[in-house]
Design a protein around this ligand. Structure first.
Ligand SMILES: NC(=O)c1ccc[n+]([C@@H]2O[C@H](COP(=O)([O-])OP(=O)(O)OC[C@H]3O[C@@H](n4cnc5c(N)ncnc54)[C@H](OP(=O)(O)O)[C@@H]3O)[C@@H](O)[C@H]2O)c1
Length: 292
């Protein structure tokens, strides 16, 4: 354990933040703040709490992640997703600490049909996407060594996500369906914690980095594979097949979602020589280790 290196995690109560806090606390000193302990909407609290703390790296995994809420609560979305990252970036610049900020595939409009690269133009089609894109820009303007890490379809053991919701349904119902005409790539929080390790202390350059598991899928393919893994592991499930729904059928969605938002990880490969494992392997590992 290297206690000479201290990592602050903002959003340590969230799906990704909790995973990062647990994984990194095995090797480093980690100070985590959940929502109740630190409010992104209170810049003066960010300054007073973090200003008095010594740390080498700050990872911001907190955000307003409710995509539909952002459409109706725009001011809140920009305060939490755009202004707070700017303040955090500034605090880190003053402290000469590394700032790693988590962003999203929803900064893209989804018109491409091949993976998005980091320098593809971000043209969001929702308030959530706009607020996250502004957060990236403001963070980089305030601190050009900030590292913006875009991820997609985050899943992991610390908070339920799409995969858990669909498996919960599949336990009780024979007929289930998921959207078949929207594509991205799942990102396993435990894999992300491993990929990010080489960017914590050793690489000082800032910019944007895409991180996700390999390949691409629709929500239907993602759900079908998760279900297949459950059957293979002997987890009792009523459903065997996931039917196809269309994005247009999702009448409860308020915000527009990009149809295709696969993140290309070529830059990560160039920087590290590593390739993220394919999403099917990550989902199989999650089901094996965390689904009962
Ligand atoms: N989930 C995905 O599929 C996905 C996809 C692409 C990108 N991302 C990005 O990945 C990052 C992590 O998301 P996640 O999946 O871990 O989502 P999450 O579980 O919703 O985590 C977000 C965390 O932010 C906290 N938070 C919300 N408002 C806050 C505030 N005013 N002050 C302080 N904390 C606040 C939440 O706390 P409470 O819940 O207690 O309010 C929650 O713990 C985010 O930047 C998100 O934009 C996620």
């Amino acid at each position: 354990m290297d206690t000479s290196r201290r990592i602050v995690i903002v959003g340590a109560g969230g799906r990704l933040g909790a995973a990062l806090a647990r994984e990194y606390s095995r090797d480093f000193e980690v100070v985590g703040f959940n929502h109740a302990q630190l409010d992104l909407g209170a810049p003066e609290q960010l300054r007073s709490t973090l200003g008095g703390l010594d740390f080498d790296v700050l990872i911001n995994a907190a955000a307003q992640t409710n995509v539909d809420r952002c459409e109706t609560e725009q001011e809140e979305a920009f305060a939490l997703n755009a202004e707070a990252p700017r303040v955090l970036a500034e605090i880190c610049r003053e402290k000469k600490a590394r700032f790693i900020h988590i962003s999203t595939d929803y900064v893209f409009d989804g018109e491409k049909r091949e993976p998005y690269a980091e320098d593809d133009e971000a043209r969001p089609i929702s308030v959530y996407g706009e607020s996250k894109r502004d957060g990236e820009r403001r963070a980089l303007e305030a601190n050009d060594r900030a590292l913006i890490v875009r991820v997609s379809w985050v899943f992991g053991p610390d908070r339920p996500s799409f995969i858990d919701a669909i498996l919960k349904k599949a336990r009780d119902e024979e007929e289930i369906s998921a959207v078949a005409d929207k594509w991205a790539t799942p990102t396993y929080t435990l894999d992300l914690a491993a990929w990010l390790r080489s960017f914590l202390f050793d690489r000082a350059e800032g910019g944007i980095l895409h991180l996700a598991n390999g390949g691409e899928c629709s929500w239907q393919e993602y759900a079908q594979w998760a279900l297949d893994c459950c059957h293979a592991e002997g987890v009792p499930m009523k459903a065997r097949k996931v039917g196809a729904a269309s994005l247009a059928d999702m009448k409860n969605f308020i915000a527009r979602r990009p149809v295709y938002s696969v993140l290309g990880t070529g830059k990560y490969h160039q920087a590290t020589g590593e390739v993220p494992r394919p999403w099917r392997g990550a989902v199989a590992a999650y089901v094996r280790d965390h689904v009962r």
